[in-house]
Design a protein around this ligand. Structure first.
Ligand code: GLU
Length: 322
């Protein structure tokens, strides 16, 4: 247990402090050795006993990846798209901490990545200008809330479609297929998820990654973060044994830090789709028309630019409609 590790470090420090103080012997204060904690403090927002999102075992929405058929890219007056046009900008909830999908380029300060470019493709068709986007950087745990309170028009955010989530939001067709694996230090003995039972493993808060890990027997000791960069930091500091989430996200971490690598087989399917507020079915059909267009053309270019160098060649996923 992470907590028992922290406790044992604290008691070791107490023992060390007693020894350093000469166990009550006549030692001058000046000769005391300052005792520092052996482990670094955890980054803010780390949850040691996170809530695990429940799984909809019956898949009572049928195939969650089957979306609404595209409607073309015309914009009827009074539609959701018409409102966005009148506003003059698309408001998109995105990530700013996931390298290659949604991250802030430290040199330019701009948001970049595959998900960011998908949003720009939608803005180009809807508003005639890729730059007419207001990006709202959110933690993954806020994706559903931002769609529910209408503060964003859509969320493009490595977001897996599930029946459970479809109770709260609409989803476009699938634009990327991922799957969960593990990221470990090079040279570590961990080769697959089942090697990590009762070991501290980091994953994004409120993610399907936590749900999948909790199914292992015995499960890992789960640690959740709002900011995925903290998972990499915890692994670098050896406060966790592994990070586990979608391999497309882990590949970006491995690219950032050559001392870690992705291992084992995929143990889940993570189809990504654009999240859209519940009831905005006109927007779902519109976005699906844009995605159809992208699949025939820009998808290869965007995949080649961001993901092919780390993930190898791939085809765009075929859309499914209900
Ligand atoms: N794709 C998974 C999910 O939507 C895990 C990664 C993430 O949280 O973005 O839960």
């Amino acid at each position: 247990m992470m907590r028992s590790r922290i406790l044992s470090v604290l008691s070791a420090c107490l023992v060390a402090a007693t020894v350093a103080a000469g166990c009550g012997a006549d030692v001058a204060p000046g000769s005391m050795v300052p005792v520092r904690p052996a482990e670094r403090p955890l980054p803010g927002g780390v949850k040691l006993d996170p809530e695990v999102p429940k799984e909809n075992k019956d898949n009572d929405c049928g195939d969650p990846t089957a979306s609404l058929a595209p409607s073309g890219t015309s914009v009827p007056s009074g539609s959701t798209m018409d409102e966005i046009r009148k506003r003059g900008r698309l408001i998109a909830g995105v990530d700013q901490n996931t390298y290659l999908f949604g991250f802030r380029n430290p040199t330019t300060g701009e948001l970049e990545g595959f998900d960011i470019d998908i949003v720009r493709e939608i803005a180009e068709r809807l508003l005639g200008d890729r730059s007419k986007v207001q990006f709202k950087a959110l933690p993954a745990s806020q994706r559903i809330d931002a769609l529910k309170d209408g503060s964003v028009d859509l969320v493009a955010y490595t977001m897996t479609v599930t029946c459970e989530r479809r109770k709260d939001v609409e989803f476009s067709s699938v634009y990327f297929e991922s799957g969960q694996r593990i990221l470990v230090a090079k040279g570590s003995d961990y080769k697959k998820v089942s090697d990590l039972g009762n070991k501290p493993v980091c994953a994004p808060a409120e993610s399907t990654s936590l749900t999948n890990l909790a199914k292992e027997d015995p499960p890992p000791d789960l640690i959740a973060v709002d900011d995925l960069a903290d998972c990499l930091l915890l692994l670098q500091q050896r406060q966790v044994e592994a990070v586990s989430t979608d391999d497309s996200i882990l590949a970006g971490m491995a690219k950032q830090d050559p001392s870690v690598h992705v291992v084992g087989e995929q143990f889940s399917k993570e189809p990504y789709a654009i999240g859209i507020p519940k009831g905005n079915t006109d927007m779902v059909r519109y976005v699906n028309a844009v995605l159809d267009d992208i699949r025939n053309d820009e998808w290869d270019q965007l995949y080649g630019k961001w993901l092919e160098p780390v993930l190898g060649p791939a085809q765009p996923p075929a859309p499914k409609y209900r």
